[in-house]
Design a protein around this ligand. Structure first.
Ligand code: ARG
Length: 590
């Protein structure tokens, strides 16, 4: 379905043309003075120079051609040359009625879906998930769902950090604590034990201990490096132990991500491409791209137009070890080989910007990826505490994701429990659902690249620009529709017919709904979940104004009452779709 703004712009373009002006001037936008009009067109201002005419004259000519428009109820030419526009109620009604009949509310889906690989989450094995990984998971999940709703084929890949020094550190620490394990015996040729030699909480303690020791003790560090190397070279025992680390760690991650309603299609890690590295490196050398510099193997990626210096991309360190860059490059090559993606999108902390710039340039330069493939990095800002510093626990440590989720759930539990109609079991379920909305909306409502303040009190509030407020609005709509269905039957809800708006508040709500397609399209092309948040916040505000000024269920005129039910159904459909793509859902009551 053609977007609402495009339809009204087309009407305006025709009027410019009929008056002898360029149709391109007829672009309509939402009014920036809602007190004066609903929409506006500034084309006459833009055309003044070209036609050597006062803008007000052009505007007047154009307005004259719209006197009996089926779309505008009023077109006013005002000084110095603006066109102030009001939409005909009947046009809005017919547009929304059509939206209600179409799949995806008339959103235009691509003829040929793009194939997209989305790299997000990016947790590191053996290290607990921390709040820094929260943003990647939350934003990535939303981006994935938005792109899918838009009609694209998306593969989500977690890209585990499972191959670096942290693995060598954990292995070293385990070897100190349990030296008799068969993993460390080169002569062992039996079957390695089924059970892992540690639990996940032990693992979470092992890594920080090892990391601390390696900083204080040079020999320990050297041993960890050597173990990393042996692991990567394929040492049988270390690989078997490594598998156990992955097994225990991944099982825990899956639980955490399930709590966040986040899931992945692929569980590739840095290790997945290990065997592809030597071939890739040979090709880079043979192609004349990679050369030796101070013992390391590098590829130059600086470009003349760079405003700041982009250092060469290091492919192998002087000891021959692969780096984070190397695994990312080999992963691009593998993804290209298997999936031929049109786009690969990475969601990480924005401090990794230089890394991705180097990786993308190297990948293009060395032909690891098709020319047409778009490589995009979406860098997000830091989640800060109320003091404006990176979010920490009360004693200054790194906040674990599971603790953060537990805190926000506890806060929500207290709020939901104050509703006497809700029993304990439902309250528990609802508290979790609303807590997730609070957490995700609190993050997603900010433009991703910006830092934001994690404020539990604000995020869990039922008022203001928050997830719970949006859910509260949805619950309110559901409850009215349920009451109507109880009176008239469920089928009656579907049969309700929308008529013209009866009030300004109702018309404002209708205009919001008409803007859904354009908003969703922008959220996808600009990778901007925050635009969906802004949209549903406005929609919820306008719905609540309408609700407070309209007695819906006690209305005596059946045509009006039914129309409002139809309007509520549409609003519910659109709000539910929006929160679903953001990655959360609404309860029946709260
Ligand atoms: N594991 C990395 C980290 O914790 C993030 C991985 C992001 N994805 C990628 N392909 N580099 O910082």
């Amino acid at each position: 379905m053609e977007k609402f703004l495009n339809q009204i712009s087309e009407e305006m373009a025709k009027a410019f043309e009929a008056a002898g002006y360029d149709r391109e001037l007829g672009k309509v936008t939402v009014s920036n003075r809602p007190d004066l009009c609903e929409y506006q067109c500034n084309g006459a201002m833009a055309g003044a120079k070209r036609y050597h005419k006062a803008p007000i004259m052009i505007a007047t000519d154009v307005a004259a051609n719209l006197a009996d428009s089926a779309i505008f109820s009023s077109v006013e030419a005002v000084k110095p040359g603006f066109l102030n526009l009001t939409i005909k109620e009947a046009f809005l009604t017919s547009y929304l009625t059509q939206m209600g009949k179409e799949e995806k509310f008339g959103l235009q889906v691509p003829e040929k879906p793009a194939s997209i690989i989305l790299d997000y989450g990016g947790p590191n094995v053996a290290k607990p998930l921390h709040v820094g990984h929260l943003r990647s998971a939350v934003i990535g999940e939303a981006v994935k769902r938005i792109a899918r709703y838009h009609g694209e084929n998306v593969i989500g890949d977690i890209h585990l950090g499972d191959w670096g020094l942290q693995m060598g550190l954990v292995i070293t620490e385990v070897s100190k604590r349990q030296p008799d394990l068969p993993y460390f015996d080169p002569a062992f040729d039996g079957a390695y034990p089924e059970a892992a030699p540690f639990t996940v909480s032990e693992l979470e303690e092992i890594y920080p201990t090892a990391s601390k020791r390696s900083k204080e003790d040079a020999d320990y560090y050297a041993e960890a490096m050597a173990n990393t190397h042996r692991l990567q070279e394929g040492d049988k025992g270390l690989r078997a132990l490594w598998n156990k680390i992955i097994e225990v760690s991944v099982a825990d991650m899956k639980k955490n991500y399930a709590n966040l309603d986040v899931d992945f299609d692929l569980w590739w890690g840095e290790s997945t491409v290990h065997d592809a590295i030597p071939g890739m490196v040979e090709d880079m050398k043979a192609g004349g791209f990679a050369y030796e510099s101070n013992g390391a193997l590098v590829v130059d990626v600086a470009e003349e137009t760079d405003s700041k210096e982009i250092p060469p991309c290091i492919i192998l360190k002087s000891d021959g070890a692969a780096l984070y860059t190397t695994t990312d490059l080999a992963t691009i090559k593998e993804r290209t080989r298997l999936y031929h993606p049109d786009q690969i999108i990475y969601i990480t902390d924005k401090r990794q910007e230089l890394h991705f710039q180097q990786v993308f340039r190297t990948a293009k330069k060395c032909g690891l990826v098709a020319d047409g493939t778009q490589l995009r990095h979406i860098g997000f800002g830091t989640m800060n505490g109320k003091d404006g510093k990176p979010f920490k626990t009360r004693d200054g440590g790194v906040m674990k994701l599971s603790t953060l989720i537990a805190d926000i759930q506890a806060e929500m539990r207290t709020k939901i429990a104050s509703n006497p109609e809700i029993g304990p079991e439902e309250a528990e379920k609802t508290a979790k659902q609303v807590a997730l909305a609070a957490l995700k909306y609190g993050d997603l409502s900010n433009q991703a690249s910006k830092d934001y303040i994690f404020d539990i009190d604000r995020f869990t509030s039922f008022e203001g620009d928050t997830g719970p407020y949006i859910l509260y609005t949805i619950v309110r709509i559901k409850s009215i529709l349920a009451k109507y269905a109880a009176q008239e039957g469920a089928k009656a809800v579907k049969d309700c017919v929308l008529i013209e708006a009866q009030s300004k508040a109702e018309k404002a709500l209708m205009s919001d709904l008409a803007g859904f397609n354009a908003m969703m399209d922008t959220a996808y092309t600009e990778i901007a979940p925050h635009k969906i948040c802004a949209y549903i916040y406005q929609l919820s505000n306008d719905f609540n104004s309408f609700y407070h000024s309209t007695k819906i269920l006690s209305e005596e005129d059946p045509a009006k009452k039914e129309s409002w039910i139809a309007l509520l159904s549409l609003a519910l459909g659109i709000l539910s779709t929006c929160i679903d793509v953001l990655g959360f859902s609404a309860p029946e009551r709260m």
